[in-house]
Design a protein around this ligand. Sequence first.
Ligand SMILES: [Zn+2]
Ligand SMILES: [Zn+2]
Length: 284
Amino acid sequence: MTAASGLPPAPPGLSVPVIDSHAHLDLAAAHGLDPVAALDAAEAVNVVGVVQIGTDLISSRMGADLARSDPRARAAVALHPNEAPALAVREGRAALTSAWAEIARLARQPEVSAIGETGLDYFRTPPEGRAVQEESFRVHIGIAREVGKPVIVHDRDAHADVLRVLDEEQAECVIIHCFSGDAAMARALAERGWYASFAGNITFRSADDLRDALRIVPGNLLLVETDAPFLTPTPHRGRPNSPYLLGHTITAMAEIRQDDVEALAEGTYRNAETVFGAWAGSGR
Ligand SMILES: [Zn+2]
Ligand SMILES: [Zn+2]
């Protein structure tokens, strides 16, 4: 966490433990922290648990291995909505279907707590890739249903279609990660009993719609994440993100909801354990 690594300084530790519900620790090493060092830095400021998110087979396997060896980590496995169509173009349809089968196999392992991140991304995937993207989303929802685990959904510029596909596939436990919708979207999730996970972009000056949405999410459906190494919260925007920076986002969320920081942190901790299961080694 030196200036040389480009990583920002740690904020003061939170007085109650919190869980980062979405991070890409496989990308942490590029900024000088291997996954275990990132977990150590997080734990030092009371971010006691991290969900390592899968985006391809390598990061999904890595997450399962990490969760097996380190009780602070839990794993989610999936092909990212931008990766699925890219894989089909790069290596062909057979490679995509065998990757889905491998995700389904990993999904059954006990150290894997969720299926994700899957979903729809109309920002990065061009129109010709969207049929495969939606098909992959449906396959992942099916896997989640089959293994009885939550599905972590990436939604970029695709709110209406994300809801449509989730409804059509009768998804059960859903987490919309890096929630980027408005108040209407927040209401649509709440009606279905689905979770909204907020990231560092809630601290950005332009995010008024997002702050309006955050105010109406029921406390029992609220989660918090870094999406590290992306979406670094103010005041470190533009520098790499890491789970130890989660406190900036929690503090901002409490201010927006006019809630107590500790109460909000405790609520999101409880929700994370409801969704992902009890955190071994968290001392609770
Ligand atoms: Zn995402
Ligand atoms: Zn992500």
